[in-house]
Design a protein around this ligand. Structure first.
Ligand code: RTP
Ligand code: MG
Length: 157
């Protein structure tokens, strides 16, 4: 192979296959409706490794911190009350391009707009009760993993 093409191909492979971690949360109705196994199974079958997992109920403060980018928006209070109203499952996955792929698997925010085959389309119809949260960027993933699984970050230091 032409050495120049080889270098470009190798660089492309390196940039295309970034091993990432991302934060996910099955929202209260997902837990209540018995969808935990169903949803986690999708990430396992896709090939992601589950690095941390917790069935927990978020305090109001934790829910506010989780969604702090939305503070001041008209849906913020309802969102925080809802997320802290009952148990959720928080988990961290690891794998190639985990952040973008998890967002794609979650689907559009409003389940009515989400593509069939995505979690939000397959299990919901209500924008607030849209079953799952997935970090939307590398920065959010880092921040949210630290917020919910601080110990996991310490292990990496
Ligand atoms: P998430 O953070 O939960 O993964 O959702 P997302 O990135 O797709 O959407 P985002 O804009 O971050 O909104 C956070 C959550 O707020 C609720 N929401 N309600 N009533 C409304 O118009 C409205 N808009 C957003 C949704 O539950 C959304 O997931
Ligand atoms: Mg979001």
């Amino acid at each position: 192979m032409n050495p120049f093409i080889f270098v470009i191909a190798s660089l492309t492979t390196i940039t295309m296959t970034m091993i990432e971690r991302t934060f996910l949360m099955i929202k209260p109705e997902g837990v209540e409706r018995g969808l935990i196994g169903e949803i986690i199974g999708r990430f396992e079958r896709r090939g992601f490794k589950i690095l941390a997992l917790n069935l927990t109920r978020l305090s109001r403060e934790q829910a506010e911190r989780q969604y702090e980018e939305h503070r001041g928006k008209e849906f913020f209070n309802d969102l925080v009350s809802y997320i802290s109203s009952a148990p959720v499952v928080t988990f961290v996955i690891e794998g190639e391009n985990a952040i973008a792929i998890a967002r794609e698997m979650a689907g559009a925010t409003d389940p009515r707009q989400a593509r069939p085959g995505t979690i939000r389309a397959d299990y919901g119809i209500d924008v607030q009760r849209n079953v799952i949260h997935a970090s939307d960027s590398e920065e959010s993933a880092r921040r949210e993993i630290a917020l919910h699984f601080g110990d996991l970050m310490k292990e990496d230091e």
